[in-house]
Structure formats: C-alpha cells, structure tokens
Design a protein around this ligand. Sequence first.
Ligand code: ZN
Ligand code: ZN
Length: 382
Amino acid sequence: MSKRDYYDVLGVSRTAEVTEIKTAYRKLAIKFHPDKNPGDKEAEDKFKEAAEAYEILSNSEKRARYDQFGHAGNSASGYGGGGMNMDDIFSQFGDIFGGGNPFESFFGGGGGRSGGRRVQRGTNLRIKVKLTLEEIAKGVEKKVKVNKQVVCHTCSGTGAKDKSSYHTCNTCGGSGSVRRVTNTILGQMQTTSTCPTCNGEGVEITAKCTTCKGDGLERGEETISINIPAGVSEGMQLSMSGKGNAAPRGGIPGDLIILVEEVPHESLKRDGINVIYDLYINFADAALGTSVEIPTIDGKAKIKIDPGTQGGKILRLKGKGLPEVNSYHKGDQLVYVNVWTPKTVSKEEKELLEKLKGSANFKPQPGKSEKSFFERIKEYFE
Ligand SMILES: [Zn+2]
Ligand SMILES: [Zn+2]
C-alpha cells in the first residue's frame, strides 16, 4: 500500500504552523475515532493515517526528515512500515486535547484503554535467600518454601460458592465495560466506562465462596525452586515473574522478589570478584621457605612460600575468585602473607632469639626486590 502525503492527509499546506497541524488533526481524530465508527475498517485506517501524519509533522525533526526524504526519512522509527498502533495513538491525545480531553472516558483515565475486562494483579512477595560463598561461586538452585496467598482451593479462585452462583455479568455481557452516549463540546459522543455491576470483571457472583469470602484467595505454602546465577552479591535482587501472591479471582499473580544475603565464610573474605585469604606463617618458615595448605572456594590448595618471604607479600591465585554475573570473567584469590610474631616466649626461646638478634642476616636490609607497601597495594588493585 503506497502512502499518502502527510500534508494531504491532514489537509494542510507544506508551510503550515504546528497549531494549524494540531487543529487539522484534532478534527480528523474526532471524525474517524473508532468508538464513533464501530466496525468501520475504512474509518479506522483513516484514523491511523491521520495519527501517523500528525506524529511526524508535529515533530520538527521528523518533519524536516520527511520534507527532505519523504516517507523513507522516518522509516527507522517504525512509521515507514506498519504505521502506529492504537496505544501510541491514544497516548498522543493528552498532548493534543490537553487537560480537557473529551476522550478521557475512552481510555479509563490513563490506565490504558478500557473495554477489556479488568484483571487484578497479585502483590509482589519479598523473600531473603542466604547464600554461602561456595554457592555464589558456582550458582545454585534453591528450593524455598514460601508462605503466600494462593488460589482458593474451594472455588478454584472464582470467589463463587458454586457453579450456579457464578455467571457472566448481565449489565455488560461479560465485556467489563458499558457504553453510553453523552453530549460534549465536540458533539454527541459515545463513551465507554467500567461496568458498575461487576466492577469491570465481566462476571457476577450471587453467592460468595465461604472459604475465601469471595476474593478467591487463601493462605498457603508453595515450594519454589529458584535458580541463583553465579556471582551474585549481597543486596542484589532477583525477580521471578508470576511467583508472588496470587491475584483475586483469577487475575495475574505478582512477582517473587529475592533479596540475596551472603553468609560470611569462616576464613575467606570477598572483595568484589576477588577472594582474600589472610595467611599467617611463622618467622622460621618465612626465612627457610615452606609449602602450606590454604582454603579456596573449590577446597584446599597447596601453595609454596619462597625462602626469604617478607610479611605483607601478596600472592595471587589466578581464576580462583568469583565469576562476574552473566560473564565468563573470573576474579582471583589473593593470599596476604603475614609473618607471625610470637606474643610470648619461653626462657629458652628468649635465649635463642637473643643469640640470633646480633647476627648480620637479621639486620633489616630492604633491597630493590622488596616491594613497598604502596607498590603492593597498587599491585593488588590491578
Ligand atoms: Zn458487568
Ligand atoms: Zn474460595
């Protein structure tokens, strides 16, 4: 279908001012409004065509593109192809009709277009999930029993006592909305509003379910299996759509919001995607070198301590940290080497230390190979 010129559609000149364009569109929108022309496909097409022309010509950038390139100029924004959808068109109206929008009742005052049945939504449910560092490292499936509002088992969520007390609303015929003709400044208009009998739900209940007293809900438990991705951290929120509280009378259930809590590890500390371990070795091992077993997230690991290791050295175990969420990138484990100084010494130990104290090798002689505190810190953050 080839498109008509937007200026022709609105019946304005190529030099028309925005106010003129607005007035022209307002007239067409009222003339071809679907609620004024029910079932008239041609009117609907004209309504859409006018809305699209207005959308482009009322925007100086889009209008300039259109003037220069024709319909192709705005094809990237979707108007070159399939045109606008009804929701887009209706959302324009606040702009062109201002506060005194005569179409207000068509759209239920901003809550979307009325006409469809009103569907209630269940509330969101919040839970906390405690995770160990090991679980965070690999990701985990947690089965959690939650206490929540569930669909009433007696009435299957309908809220009715039995089949005979549940039927389609007579006032609106089940559509949830009623139409009436009103006089407005723009002439006689047919307006749609929420059905007062069923409150827009489309069904009428003559006798309520005694278990739930009509709302179709009861307290219950559900065991929900939650897939926690690897790399999450304290305070992060995950959400599972539709796993929250059930909605009254068969509506859409709310979401389950899962708040992540970290259980502190007994010997490892988390720092972003890195894991820190504070290692203490004795002075003799630092001088002579040794190999020690340390904890990591994947279990124990053996590391080598070189002879002559100074306290404050940081060893880096590549890839032994935590993964980033939704990424293959992994952090490291950093081993901070502390040389333990005895807090008390026996008489014999004291004598030995006194002897060693005078030895030339025991005099601190920091050389070029010894990294300064600041260099170590810098290296750590790299
Ligand atoms: Zn009704
Ligand atoms: Zn019930």
